[in-house]
Design a protein around this ligand. Sequence first.
Ligand SMILES: CC(C)(COP(=O)(O)OP(=O)(O)OC[C@H]1O[C@@H](n2cnc3c(N)ncnc32)[C@H](O)[C@@H]1OP(=O)(O)O)[C@@H](O)C(=O)NCCC(=O)NCCS
Length: 143
Amino acid sequence: MDETKIHQGCIIGEDFKAGHNVIIDEGCVIGKDVKIDSNSCLARRTIVGDGTFIGPGVITLNSKTMEREFDESMRGPKIGRKCRIGAGAIIFPDIRIGDGAWVGPGSVVTHDVKPGSIVVGNPAEPLPGSEKKKTEDWKELHG
Ligand SMILES: CC(C)(COP(=O)(O)OP(=O)(O)OC[C@H]1O[C@@H](n2cnc3c(N)ncnc32)[C@H](O)[C@@H]1OP(=O)(O)O)[C@@H](O)C(=O)NCCC(=O)NCCS
């Protein structure tokens, strides 16, 4: 966890694991058994559910209008339980990523993502045939 920084006001669940140079900005809530890989940066007030994996270089955002100063209305995304977020994905402010969803690497997630789906691209769209990706996590969450 070299150079990983968890800023004030964050709540971090048990069994948290981080790579190097991860930044978790103020007021984030991270569930249990979350892994965040190196060089990822979570904007203030990002929420991450239990058992989620966040790949390297992922960025979450909390201001659509790129204000210079933080204000109380700003919200990071809410990422559900047992999600998998591919390397280098960018996730827009205040959107919801449903439980068990996957985000492909390099995707720009601008809208809510349905539970258990896979989205890829810019803007991120559902990947046709992604039903085949019903992992054990998915079965546990969605039956
Ligand atoms: C997104 C993912 C889970 C989909 O896996 P899959 O269902 O086996 O699908 P495929 O990889 O065969 O891709 C299916 C199609 O989507 C496209 N695609 C896959 N990921 C994409 C992405 N991130 N952006 C744009 N297109 C993508 C592929 O090019 C392919 O297109 P084609 O059918 O025209 O050839 C997988 O491609 C992936 O990238 N996993 C995450 C890797 C990662 O980030 N690891 C980080 C931890 S080390």
